[in-house]
Design a protein around this ligand. Structure first.
Ligand code: UTP
Length: 290
């Protein structure tokens, strides 16, 4: 399998769970401590040596592309004010990766969003990273999948163990463990009832796919609201062509879920020595009022 150069990051959803915060600001631009959600996702891709990011966007999401471009006026202000650390920080974000984008003109689901990137992906294996799913680990999350995809020459999806009472929120795989944490996928079910779930290995927002996924997506029958589910195409692909899953190491936060979004903020703020003790003091006050 060829080196993975490109990642598709769908960011065209409405973010309804995060309203009213997301009425005019994309969910992917909400801050986790001092960076927008999407910057953590792109940093993960960059750490895995992915150079080209393809955003699947909509008419209200230009600000996401702008974040990864130079803001020359701001850079000039920072330069003249002698704020050279900040200047370097904003310049680094602009230089991080090459940005391409394509519009998803109607929000018809994650599978449809991936399909919109078909022309830009071309004929090479590629990564997909969901734009509101945050992963933190020593080896970057998407890099863990690339290692297995290269070794097995097969598409690979990221999974994590979730508690049994949460399986109905996820796509769940049925797989055979062929090496520690590496599975050959036999089947998958979308949002099963607890008693019907074949495991508690949930599909999280990281994938290494081959271009034939687009043919499988073409064949997916649209479900509720005309949505084209990525899981339906993955299921067909797993059965016909074969697919691996990797139990990902590290922490994960779904930025579209308020409890996880807020805990990610606290987690990152606590990593900053200059803020940690003041923040802990304030949090202690809150906890006493419970
Ligand atoms: P989600 O289902 O978490 O996002 O999709 P959403 O639809 O924006 O949010 P809610 O559920 O209404 O709160 C996961 C990712 O896929 C993108 C979203 O932007 C998000 O980053 N997405 C989803 C698309 O790009 N297009 C779609 O049609 C749906």
């Amino acid at each position: 399998m060829k080196h993975i150069r490109k990642v598709v990051i769908p960011v065209a959803g409405w973010g309804t769970r995060s309203l009213p915060a997301t009425k005019n600001i994309p969910k992917e631009m909400l801050p986790i401590y001092n960076k927008p959600v999407i910057q953590y996702v792109v940093e993960e891709a960059q750490r895995a040596d992915i150079s080209d990011v393809i955003f699947v966007t909509n008419r209200d999401k230009n600000v996401i592309e702008d974040h990864f471009d130079h803001n020359l006026q701001l850079e000039d202000v920072l330069q003249r004010a002698g704020k050279l650390d900040k200047l370097r920080e904003v310049q680094e974000v602009a230089e991080m990766v090459n940005i391409l984008s394509v519009r998803q003109k109607r929000q018809l689901g994650l599978g449809h969003a991936v399909m919109c990137a078909r022309k830009l992906v071309g004929d090479e294996p590629f990564a997909v990273m969901v734009g509101d799913d945050l992963m933190f680990s020593g080896v970057p999350g998407i890099g863990q999948l690339i290692e297995v995809a290269m070794a097995e020459k097969m598409p690979v999806i990221g999974v994590m163990e979730v508690p049994w009472d949460k399986v109905s929120r996820y796509g769940i795989i049925d797989g055979e463990e062929v090496a520690p944490g590496v599975y050959r996928v036999r089947d998958m079910v979308e949002k099963p009832k607890r008693e019907d779930a074949p495991s508690r290995l949930a599909i999280v927002g990281r994938y290494i796919l081959t271009p034939d996924i687009f043919d499988y997506l073409e064949k997916v029958t649209p479900g509720h609201g005309g949505e084209i589910q990525l899981t339906d195409a993955l299921q067909a692909m797993a059965k016909e062509r074969g697919m691996m899953a990797v139990r990902m190491a590290g922490m994960r936060f779904d930025a579209g879920d308020w409890a996880e979004f807020l805990s990610a903020n606290i987690y990152f703020a606590l990593q900053d020595e200059s803020l940690r003790y003041e923040l802990l003091g304030l949090l202690k006050n809150f906890v006493q009022f419970k």
